[in-house]
Design a protein around this ligand. Structure first.
Ligand code: FO1
Length: 335
């Protein structure tokens, strides 16, 4: 049943986004709803102090991708990048050498670090950086407080140890078995200014196919955000990051197994939960055609579920996926 186009053309869309997959999806969302005001609540659990600079990978990936400055082949950092500073630091034997800062990217971290040191909250810093990049969305960090994802692993030097997410992800390529993934500082974190209003004032809330554990899952750990998603009058629709039983990119499977969730489209939907149950946040869930067998199981949870192609192979396809998510949202909201 096709809604009247105007009816399913939401004005205010809010999304919770992580890094590379989320940013690519957002390009399609903007194309699918060019008139809408889109607010992106960005994951900051990946953030890290490196060589005295504050690096915010997921915020920068969204800002660069939507602002036209992203390195397409890496999915992070700047295009036309050089790594002269990185190699100079290596020649000094400075650690960590496993996390590469590009020369252009360093300018972003210098501006951010300078503003943070001057006392500006991360949300104000992000707004200032976006003045240059004009991403076409309002980008808000999930919190202005420091809250970093750490991973409890069997450490190569023996014993179990918590290491920063970036060390697990970049240095060890998530090859060390993760026994727990912890957002250090979560209890003291508050939603950044505008986050709750963006969720509760939205016409639609969309969860992109970002990592359900270390991206969207991290945002949900900021006290108040999950409750706000359960309270909002807007329909909440997600796009499965698992296609054909495998993550499309990244290491979502290593993260899901760390929290005891199967790597299937249905298991992730169940993990987010239905808004009809005690803690869930979903009204709708899109799965790939290859996971159409999961639809009845998801529907049985009280989550409207549809199967369609979900591989973001090109901008037109990504726009169609985003439009399908908005369409499903309009139908779950309509009485
Ligand atoms: N990923 C890597 O695999 N190697 C790197 O050296 C690296 C550096 C880096 C610098 C800035 C930045 O914003 C991202 C960077 N990333 C790097 C990617 C980063 O680990 C991921 O983008 C996220 O943290 C996961 O979404």
């Amino acid at each position: 049943m096709r809604m009247h186009p105007a009816a399913s053309a939401p004005q205010r869309i809010t999304t919770l986004a992580g890094g590379i997959g989320g940013a690519r999806f957002l390009r399609g969302l903007i194309a699918a709803a060019p008139e809408a005001e889109i607010t992106v609540i960005g994951n900051t659990g990946d953030d890290i102090w490196i060589h005295g600079l504050r690096v915010c990978p997921d915020l920068d990936t969204v800002m660069y991708t939507l602002g036209g400055g992203i390195s397409e082949e890496r999915g992070w950092g700047r295009e036309d990048e050089t790594f002269t500073v990185k190699s100079e630091l290596a020649d000094y034997g400075v650690e960590p050498s496993w996390f590469g800062l590009g020369d252009r990217d360093i300018a972003t971290h210098l501006v951010r670090t300078q503003m943070l040191n001057a006392g500006y909250p991360l949300s104000a810093v992000t707004e200032a950086l976006c003045t240059r990049w004009q991403p076409g969305v309002r980008l808000i960090p999930m919190t202005d407080e420091r809250a970093e994802t750490h991973v409890v692993v069997d450490h190569p030097e023996g014993g179990r140890r918590a290491i920063h997410f970036q060390e697990w992800w970049v240095r060890y390529q998530a090859q060390l078995t993760a026994h727990a993934i912890v957002l250090v500082g979560a209890d003291d974190a508050k939603p950044a200014p505008g986050v709750i209003e963006a969720i509760e004032g939205a016409d639609v809330v969309v969860l992109p196919p970002s990592n359900p554990v270390v991206s969207i899952g991290t945002i949900l750990q900021v006290p108040g955000i999950r409750e706000s998603l359960r309270r909002t009058p807007a329909p909440v629709v997600g796009v499965s990051p698992i296609v054909g039983g495998r993550p499309v990119r990244g290491m979502a499977d290593a993260c899901l197994s760390a929290i005891g969730v199967d790597t299937t489209a249905a298991a992730v939907a169940a993990h987010y939960g239905s808004r009809r149950d005690e803690t869930g946040i979903l009204d709708g869930w899109l799965v790939d055609e290859s996971d159409a067998g999961d639809v009845p199981q998801v529907a049985s949870l009280g989550i409207a579920c549809e199967a369609r192609p979900l591989l973001m192979s090109d901008p037109t396809t990504t726009t169609a996926i985003a439009a399908a998510a908005l369409d499903l949202a309009a139908r779950t909201a309509a009485p």
